[in-house]
Design a protein around this ligand. Structure first.
Ligand SMILES: *[C@@H]1O[C@H](CO)[C@@H](O)[C@H](O)[C@H]1NC(C)=O
Ligand SMILES: *[C@@H]1O[C@H](CO)[C@@H](O)[C@H](O)[C@H]1NC(C)=O
Length: 242
């Protein structure tokens, strides 16, 4: 009898400890879900989708884009990619506020919340609050790119391709004031003599997030004669060009 009771007690104990282990496992999982990269991932998805939609796909996805590049947030949220993840205006506000590259601007227009991408559109937008750069505002600007593009750039110069503008920053990614305009994984830095280019008639602009943009000459090119120097990002050695 004593023996049975003991056996029963130890089974009960075992069950209790098993169930508390299971509980704490789920408890941990729940915490993981609340604090972990999962929320960040969701924001990343929203940010990437907004970027794709507002910079490239708005017209072919039939969104109404104002001439200065803004779209009604309700229209944006109706897009299937954002609807699928039940994206709300609050999610968008959070993504805009926490985006370290300040990629988007929100504005309230007569009670309608509108959003636009700050630069990098592949369709024409006017008046994106681009401020013309004057001669001698900068000593140089830098375009970051990859080794795979160098063979073409060293011969033909920088091309804007299908974009409206070629992007530059006023410093290297290691400068804490530089938040955008240059890719952090760039392999090559091309320093542009912006004053020489401005004085020979090319236009440069600053966007609201400090990126310097230029659409190049009439062929959309910044020729190599405006290159000050080209530097290997990993070891600082100079690359030559004709
Ligand atoms: C830059 O330097 C690194 C290290 O020496 C080298 O591996 C790489 O190929 C160089 N890149 C270019 C574009 O010259
Ligand atoms: C940097 O890397 C390039 C390509 O590998 C090499 O030719 C050059 O000598 C290196 N320069 C320095 C300063 O290490």
């Amino acid at each position: 009898m004593v023996c049975y009771t003991q056996l029963w007690l130890s089974i009960l104990q075992f069950q209790l400890s098993l169930s508390s282990t299971i509980c704490s496992f789920f408890e941990k999982k729940k915490q993981f879900k609340l604090f972990s990269p999962l929320n960040t991932n969701r924001n990343t998805i929203i940010s990437k989708t907004l970027s794709w939609l507002l910079r490239h796909a708005a017209l072919r996805e039939n969104l109404n884009v104002s001439p200065d590049g803004f779209v009604d947030i309700n229209e944006v949220l109706q897009h299937k990619r954002l609807k699928k993840i039940s994206c709300t205006p609050e999610d968008v506000r959070e993504v805009v506020a926490t985006n370290s590259k300040q990629r988007f601007t929100l504005r309230d227009r007569q009670g309608t919340l509108e959003i636009c991408a700050n630069q990098g559109h592949s369709f024409p937008v006017d008046n994106l609050e681009l401020i013309p750069v004057m001669p001698y505002e900068f000593d140089y600007v830098i375009h970051g790119t990859y080794l795979k593009n160098w063979d073409s750039i060293r011969v033909y110069g920088l091309k804007r391709m299908k974009r409206n503008h070629i992007h530059f920053s006023s410093g290297l990614p290691s400068d804490k004031n530089i938040k955008s305009g240059i890719r952090f994984d760039a392999e090559i830095y091309i320093y542009i003599d912006i004053n020489k280019a401005l004085l020979s008639g090319l236009n440069f602009f600053r966007s609201v997030n400090g990126v310097v943009l230029s659409s190049g000459n009439e062929d959309g090119i910044i020729e190599t004669k405006y290159f000050l120097k080209v530097v290997n990002a990993s070891n600082g050695s100079h690359l030559t060009f004709p």
